[in-house]
Write a protein of this length. Sequence first.
Length: 262
Amino acid sequence: MLAGQRQSAILEMIAGSGSVRVATLVEEFGVSDMTVRRDLETLARRGLIAKVHGGATLVDGGSTEEPGFVTKSGRQAAEKEAIARHAATMVAPGSAIALSAGTTTWTLARHLVGVPGLTVVTNSIPVSDVFHQFGRPDQTVVVVGGVRTPSNALVGPVAVAALQTLNVDMLVLGVHGMSPRVGFTTPNLLEAETDLALVRAARRLVVVADHTKWGLIGISTIARLEDAGTLIVDSGLSREAREELSEHIDNLVVVEPSASGN
């Protein structure tokens, strides 16, 4: 296969799944690690992909770009499912938790609908819909009001004011990006303010983020890496990134997605 043909195939793979690992491309095309990295460098120079630790992702349109909920829900589905399954094991019956907006927390909600006596605080319309449709009668769901974002989050001063009166045992926070330099970030300024209020309302912070979030930087920081007691990621995250995150976070959990996504 010629280099141009291989690069076109790589681009199709990234477009289909949202990201790809160098090791996967080496196995797929039977070429060296160095050849794959040169291909990724070529595509990145053309502005077609974004290089990240251990692989590449779709181009990040900028620190304020925010894809819609439906668009994001189709990306890294297997990874989000594995992350959500583990996060669900950390939720005790009868506890009060908060779930931020996001497709990973929405996936988690579907694993929590059977937990007895659970109180859920959320600023996510899709998350609240899951509990409304499938939850138990002994569960309580508190939905904060606010201005609706492209990711179906409710944000702004109304949401912040409501959250300032609440206290929960644990917050499970989905993020747009994470970086050692700026921490956990979002591309929406109002959502950052609301997420910060969620962080302050919780005694414990658990962040859920698939490997494509590594190295992405949104315009506003929600929290430092050190603020997370636990970070749950998938095995697509490079070894170098894991080592760097472990320097900042006490409990880094790496989960393995199943081939079927179930």
